[in-house]
Design a protein around this ligand. Structure first.
Ligand code: THU
Length: 136
């Protein structure tokens, strides 16, 4: 897996962020098992709560294009006039990713295309609630 390429895609996606309220930009790049990358950014609303995070934007784009098998996601966040920082997915995104990820799906938390942390999804959402709880 090309971590560097995925990290760069997340950083590029961050540039598309629509975040006039928080002024905090987030970008995500989701890698399918077939090697395709879907990117996403956070998209905010003046009503605040309808805001969509970058991770879910990427996931919704991919799933709506018939993708369900994912190898990895890279995520980066930065204040409008600042440097990217390690930005971990919020609880809502972790729960939504849990729908399609497994414990061994790779999560890359990106500062730069040279500086990133690699995790398994299982580290980010241990003991998650999932389809198995509904006997599926
Ligand atoms: N945000 C994301 O896009 N992903 C996360 O995992 C954390 C938070 C966005 C939502 C909002 O637009 C801004 O960051 C500040 O919370």
């Amino acid at each position: 897996m090309d971590y560097k390429k995925l990290a760069k895609s997340a950083l590029d996606a961050m540039k598309m962020s629509y975040s006039p309220y928080s002024k905090f930009r987030v970008g995500a790049a989701l890698l399918t098992k077939n090697g395709k990358i879907y990117t996403g950014c956070n998209i905010e609303s003046a009503a605040y709560s309808p805001t969509n995070c970058a991770e879910r934007t990427a996931l919704f784009k991919a799933v709506s294009e018939d993708e369900r098998e994912f190898a990895a996601i890279a995520i980066s966040g930065a204040p409008e006039n600042g440097e990217p920082q390690y930005c971990y997915p919020c609880g809502v995104c972790r729960q939504m990713l849990n729908e399609f990820f497994t414990d061994d799906t790779t999560v890359i938390i990106v500062k730069t295309s040279e500086d990133y942390k690699i995790h398994n999804f299982g580290e980010l959402l241990p003991f998650g609630f999932g389809a198995e709880n509904l006997s599926m």
